[in-house]
Design a protein around this ligand. Structure first.
Ligand SMILES: [Zn+2]
Length: 288
């Protein structure tokens, strides 16, 4: 069974067919059951139970879709950019609301950074309920970006390769990752990133699960790959360290054992899901 990742899930009914009808979206915003996402300090606001906070419609600039029958909107907020400030906050987010949080955050941030046409430089207008922008001069249409990132567990002889970046919290080790480049398949990107960061060749790349990661607009493509050798040559411009961990060591890390050899990524990160899947555990989204 494919493991479930935080931020993924059905979320709202996106009602794509309505996006081409601005008058219908305007009518929806006037409905009594319409609500608008509240923002707080650059993020969709959460209550004390980790659920998103919805309020009366004031600025229905982005049409997020339907919750059941009820229309849901967001204002054009100016989202927070600092992922490491945000991560402790999203640990409180309820997994059921995480997909809506991710979509609203990525969409709002895209608008805040893409107000001008990339083709001619003129100002662009919000169209399709906020799911694209249209240039007022050259009519070019621009869509919210999605940036694919491969993130992979590399295995060798019962061990898994994890690395740490200099900005990680103390003792944190996580899966290697990197952006997919243009003209590159997922499999090629995995092989290139592992070679660049750890100096080893891999084969048998396979897809495990994916995750939208709204900081600002990544799509994490979780994979596994088999290493052809275990001798590492670490690229220290990317990684501070990389090591092989046994299944038993990963198990102690994931269970939070006092003698754990490393601190695993948080439950909101697909790297954690991949490690739990590798151990044969079912990912538990509610676990801290
Ligand atoms: Zn233009």
């Amino acid at each position: 069974m494919r493991p479930e990742t935080f931020f993924s899930g059905p979320g709202l009914d996106r009602a794509d067919a309505l996006r081409a009808a601005p008058e219908k979206i305007a009518e929806l915003a006037k409905r009594e059951d319409a609500r608008e996402l509240r923002w707080s300090d650059g993020l969709p606001a959460m209550d004390e139970t980790g659920m998103l906070v919805w309020q009366e419609v004031c600025e229905p600039e982005l049409f997020l879709g339907f919750d059941g029958e009820a229309p849901r909107f967001s204002p054009l907020a100016d989202p927070a950019a600092m992922v490491f400030r945000v991560l402790p906050l999203i640990a409180q987010l309820d997994a059921r609301d995480a997909p809506v949080f991710a979509g609203a955050l990525s969409l709002a941030r895209w608008h805040s950074r893409h107000r001008f046409c990339a083709n001619c430089g003129h100002a662009s207008d919000i169209v399709r309920g906020g799911w694209s922008r249209s240039c007022t001069r050259c009519s070019a249409e621009h869509y919210p970006r999605v940036d694919p990132v491969v993130i992979m567990l590399v295995e060798h002889d019962g061990h898994v390769l994890l690395g740490r970046q200099p900005h990680y919290p103390a003792d944190r080790y996580s899966a290697l990752a990197g952006f997919v480049e243009v003209g590159e398949s997922i499999e090629d990107a995995v092989a290139r990133e592992v070679k660049e960061e750890a100096g080893i060749d891999v084969r048998d790349v396979c897809y495990v699960a994916s995750q939208p990661w709204p900081f600002p607009s990544s799509l994490m493509l979780g994979c596994r790959a088999a290493a052809l050798s275990s001798e590492l040559t670490i690229d220290t411009t990317e990684l501070e360290d990389a090591r092989w961990f046994t299944r038993e060591e990963v198990g102690r890390g994931i269970s939070g054992s006092p003698d754990a050899p490393f601190q695993p990524p948080p439950h909101t990160a697909i790297a954690r899901t991949l490690l739990e899947d590798w151990l044969g555990l079912e990912a538990a989204q509610s676990r801290p």
